[in-house]
Ligand binder design. Structure first.
Ligand SMILES: Nc1ncnc2c1ncn2[C@@H]1O[C@H](COP(=O)(O)OP(=O)(O)OP(=O)(O)O)[C@@H](O)[C@H]1O
Ligand SMILES: [Mg+2]
Length: 118
């Protein structure tokens, strides 16, 4: 099992979500975050004073999948989040030791399978 953590632009979320749902990966968590990448920040003026904006709003998507679904998720993100401009985001892939569905107590890969009534 792996967790994919992707930091993306807000605009990329709906197309990513649609692509993943179509490909049988509907489960995810989304958080609004502020972050910075390699750039030092963007200079803006406020009441005549220059200030550097270091933190930009992004969405963080967290998706835990079986190892065989990692490429599906990464490709769905790349295909829909890549504009070629700086700030397109980043994807991190982390190992996941176990998963437990609270309702049934099931553990492991079976927990990531889509529910039959969904
Ligand atoms: N090393 C990192 N650790 C944690 N979060 C990160 C890291 N790099 C980027 N992020 C998150 O991803 C968001 C988008 O990063 P961003 O796309 O600007 O990365 P970048 O490395 O600067 O690439 P680019 O050159 O395309 O801008 C950041 O605002 C931050 O929330
Ligand atoms: Mg950047």
């Amino acid at each position: 099992m792996k967790k994919i953590e992707a930091f993306i632009r807000y605009e990329a979320f709906d197309p990513i979500r649609n692509a993943l749902t179509e490909q049988g990966v509907p489960s995810m968590s989304v958080t609004e975050v502020k972050g910075s990448g390699r750039q030092g920040g963007i200079t803006e003026r406020y009441r005549g004073a220059e200030l550097v904006i270091h933190l930009r709003p992004k969405l963080k998507i967290e998706i835990v999948v079986g190892d065989h679904e990692v490429d599906i998720v990464v490709n769905a993100i790349l295909e829909n989040a890549q504009t070629g401009e700086v700030g397109d985001g980043k994807i991190f892939i982390l190992p996941v030791e176990d998963a437990i569905r609270v309702r049934t107590g099931e553990r492991g890969d079976v927990v990531m399978e889509t529910h039959p009534t969904e």
